[in-house]
Design a protein around this ligand. Structure first.
Ligand SMILES: Cc1cc2nc3c(=O)[nH]c(=O)nc-3n(C[C@H](O)[C@H](O)[C@H](O)COP(=O)(O)OP(=O)(O)OC[C@H]3O[C@@H](n4cnc5c(N)ncnc54)[C@H](O)[C@@H]3O)c2cc1C
Length: 300
């Protein structure tokens, strides 16, 4: 069998902030923190936000993350899952994770409550390119629980609102009952963010847009050269958004939520197929070289 060609770089270097190789950097990537759930919030049915506080005050003081990064949440005897950090990076008392219950760990987490312990490793992965986007318009496109991965970026932009141009958040859910963080949209709008919502299927009370999130693009008056796009949601949606951005010459970064085991680049469970400018391809680990990638580099 012929080995796939190796590539040195993706077509457009990803704007995302590179993550250090945890092992190469000498960091103990298995190092874990015991945390306690200090608050929970039901966002929509089956999706809950867990605020975790470190048991060790020194660990709490030392812990920082950049929007777009994720933690591995471990429940002893059950397993571990990669979950994006959804809270404000300036928040020091706790770290937020918004979790959809789909499998072993996430259903077990659902059975826990305030006071229960969760073991955390992280933060891991690349971050949204928020430094590179300063001075530009920002278009954030999300679907479903993918909004969790960009919530910390939204809160970061709100805190530094003057550093960014126009900011749009376009969010789509299957039904109105799936619109997570609904209680926050008004605050985001008040902070100068243009929030556009859509659902695949309306119910009786819904008077907003119906259709795919990509349909909301038609209403936007964008200056492609001055706009950066960040996107997280189901893969078909990210593929469509990437194609749309490429047709209009917009930089687009996506966050992949590939099945993941170790989070530290050892197991290669989470590899994504990427292409280079010469038409070759290779694999990249979502946990180390991602989860934030240039959308144009991914073989969808
Ligand atoms: C970087 C990153 C960030 C992420 N951020 C978030 C986040 O913020 N919030 C969030 O909710 N999720 C997030 N995810 C996704 C999350 O990691 C996965 O959903 C994870 O698999 C959940 O772990 P689990 O043990 O609960 O589910 P698993 O047990 O791993 O199950 C996952 C899926 O596989 C199915 N499945 C499991 N076992 C089988 C089987 N034997 N046969 C067929 N199907 C099966 C389940 O039904 C489920 O749909 C993220 C993933 C990545 C990589």
């Amino acid at each position: 069998m012929t080995a796939p060609p190796r590539i040195a770089s993706s077509p457009r270097p990803c704007l995302a902030t590179p993550a250090p190789e945890p092992l190469a950097a000498g960091r103990d990537a298995w190092h874990h923190h015991v945390t306690r759930i200090v608050a929970t919030r039901d966002e929509v049915a089956g999706v809950r936000t867990y605020d975790l506080a470190f048991r060790d005050p020194a660990a709490a003081a030392a812990y920082t993350f950049a929007p777009g990064q994720f933690n591995m949440l471990y429940l002893p005897g059950i397993g571990e899952a990669a979950i994006s950090i959804s809270s404000d990076p300036r928040e020091r008392a706790s770290v937020g994770h918004t979790v959809k219950a789909v499998g072993n760990v996430t259903h077990a987490l659902e059975r826990l409550g305030v006071g229960d312990e969760v073991v955390l490793r992280g933060p891991f992965g690349t971050a949204w390119p928020l430094e590179e986007l300063r001075g530009r318009d920002v278009l954030i496109v999300t679907g479903g629980v993918g909004l969790a991965s960009v919530r910390s970026a939204i809160l970061h932009v709100i805190a530094a609102r003057g550093d960014y141009g126009r900011v749009f958040v376009l969010f789509g859910a299957k039904t109105p009952a799936g619109l997570i963080y609904a209680h926050e949209y008004e605050a985001w709008r008040t902070a100068g963010i243009d929030v556009g919502l859509t659902v695949d299927e309306a119910d009786g009370d819904w008077t907003g847009h119906v259709g795919l999130v990509t349909a909301l693009f038609d209403d936007l008056d964008l200056d492609a050269a001055a706009t950066g796009l960040i996107c997280c949601g189901p893969e078909p949606m990210m593929a469509a958004v990437t194609r749309w951005s490429q047709n209009r010459g917009l930089d687009c970064d996506v966050s992949l939520e590939a099945p993941m085991a170790c989070g530290i680049g050892i197991c290669f469970t989470c590899v994504a197929k990427v292409r280079d400018a010469e038409g070759g391809w290779d694999y990249r680990r979502t946990c180390i070289e991602g989860p934030v990638f240039a959308g144009s580099s991914i073989v969808w």
